[in-house]
Design a binder for this molecule. Structure first.
Ligand SMILES: [Zn+2]
Length: 67
């Protein structure tokens, strides 16, 4: 009789908290994901990255903030 305790040998519960899905950045003009970062600066105050990005599809330039 296999009487399994709940919460044991079920590692999916623990490993699930180890996955964080970051959305792929998109061009604000045409929503393409083919982007090229041409400059990256770090904000020393809060540790965020500011990435100067250009869309390879439509050429739109925008700032990508990585928290
Ligand atoms: Zn674009």
């Amino acid at each position: 009789m296999a009487n399994r305790e709940p919460g044991r040998s079920t590692p999916t519960h623990d490993t699930a908290s180890r996955y964080v899905f970051a959305e792929r950045p998109k061009c604000p003009a045409c929503h393409a994901t083919r982007l090229r970062a041409y400059r990256t600066t770090r904000n020393d105050d809060d540790g965020t990255l500011t990435r100067y990005t250009r869309c390879l599809i439509c050429g739109q330039k925008f700032l990508l903030i990585l928290e």
